[in-house]
Design a protein around this ligand. Structure first.
Ligand SMILES: C[S@@+](CC[C@H](N)C(=O)[O-])C[C@H]1O[C@@H](n2cnc3c(N)ncnc32)[C@H](O)[C@@H]1O
Length: 378
């Protein structure tokens, strides 16, 4: 089975030795034992907290830079943004009860904060164009929301509670008021216990503009609770075909903006594998996926390339970038798609050619059907 822990296994000792653990899919789902993943970065955790393991003495690290532990408060300053609610971060277990960060949660927080920063400009642009207001808020749907870190951090930063008029405004509170926008965040998650927990948390914090739906993303578009208009679709560390389901959802809702961080991908790799023997005889390109490890890597890469072409064919401008540096997570490709209305015929053509070259024609009707019906989004 292809799983999200792939990088931990594939990159082996060197990656492990640095104390990295892939973010995203939980270790149970990925097949990487939780115990293992903890061991993987435990020494780095201690370093961050100001402890140096005996094996990291200057002798053990001869020739390398001396480790300079950063004080805890410095780490927190680095990771926290603006007026982030410490209580919310504690409730999300990003901060410990004592208000501290460990290496893992710091990395997670950095990623989510970075994503929120990247989202802010486009969200404000959309709010301006659509003249959103309390009656018609900007609607963002987050697929495979998990514990809804993204939704909570986003809502904490821009939600309506930021606009509450304080009795004597200071410069800071005025800034906070200007951060507010009429925003509705809907989280879609297939695990009922995560949905229940998040719903409770939103209630506790008075985040009335958040909703949590226990559903599979492929079914989410048809849910009664789902509004007709969805402006923004996000899917962070979306496993396997979840990014495709999020794309399909976004197209069906004519979303203006997508932020996708795909995770592991199995579907393309197994299709590649199925046709491998046949293609090896006639196409030297098939060497690219002769070895199982390459099949998985190529499968992921190819999937994201095809997703981008599909989005361009559907009238989106696509940017592919890193969410944060590779040192934070290997599953880190951020695909941003903004609707421009300019459908690129050439992208549709290229996508079909790629499918043919790689023996993946079966995916056309399954994943990219809309290019066949004239690029109809809704
Ligand atoms: C790797 S986690 C990412 C969670 C969150 N987006 C984050 O980055 O912290 C993927 C989440 O997607 C959920 N999930 C997987 N397949 C799904 C589907 N088809 N529909 C809805 N949720 C799904 C899983 O239960 C899991 O919580």
């Amino acid at each position: 089975m292809y799983a999200c822990g792939f990088y931990a296994r594939a990159t082996g000792a060197a990656f492990k030795a640095k104390g990295h653990k892939p973010l995203g899919c939980d270790s149970k789902a990925s097949g990487v034992p939780e115990e293992n993943s903890m061991t993987t970065h435990s020494s780095q955790d201690k370093e961050s907290l100001g402890h140096v393991h005996p094996s990291q003495s200057s002798k053990a690290h001869k020739g390398s830079k001396a480790l300079k532990p950063k004080p805890q408060h410095a780490l927190e300053r680095e990771a926290l943004v603006g007026e982030q609610s410490i209580e919310l971060l504690k409730a999300l277990h990003i901060l410990t009860r004592e208000g501290q960060l460990n290496q893992d949660s710091r990395r997670k927080l950095k990623q989510v904060n970075h994503l929120v920063q990247l989202l802010e400009g486009p969200l404000r642009d959309l709010a301006r164009v659509h003249k959103t207001g309390a009656q018609q808020p900007l609607t963002l749907v987050d697929h495979g929301a998990g514990k809804s870190y993204l939704g909570f951090v986003l809502y904490d930063r821009f939600g309506a509670h930021r606009a509450l008029e304080p009795s004597s405004p200071t410069e800071d509170t005025a800034d906070e008021r200007s951060a507010a926008m009429a925003l509705r965040v809907i989280a879609v998650e297939s695990r009922a216990e995560l949905v229940a927990r998040s719903a409770q948390l939103a209630q506790d914090f008075g985040f009335t503009g958040m909703a949590f739906l226990n559903a599979r993303s492929e079914d989410a578009g048809a849910l009664q609770e789902m509004p007709q208009r969805v402006d923004v679709v996000t899917a962070l560390h979306a496993c396997d075909t979840l990014s495709d389901d999020a794309i399909e959802f976004a197209l069906s809702k004519s979303a203006q903006l997508m932020f996708l961080v795909p995770c592991c991908q199995a579907e393309t790799a197994s299709a590649l594998k199925a046709n491998r023997a046949l293609l090896l005889n006639k196409n030297p390109l098939a060497e690219l996926w002769r070895h199982p490890l390459h099949t998985r890597e190529l499968g992921s890469q190819l999937t994201n390339v095809m997703r981008c072409l599909y989005l361009e064919a559907m009238g989106y401008t696509v940017t592919v970038t890193e969410l944060v540096g590779w040192e934070h997570s290997m599953k880190n490709e951020l695909i941003v798609a903004k609707f421009s209305g300019q459908r690129k015929q050439q992208a549709a053509q290229r996508l079909k050619e790629l499918l043919a070259q790689f023996g993946l024609e079966g995916l056309l009707s399954k994943r990219f059907a809309r290019i066949e019906n004239g690029g109809d989004r809704g």
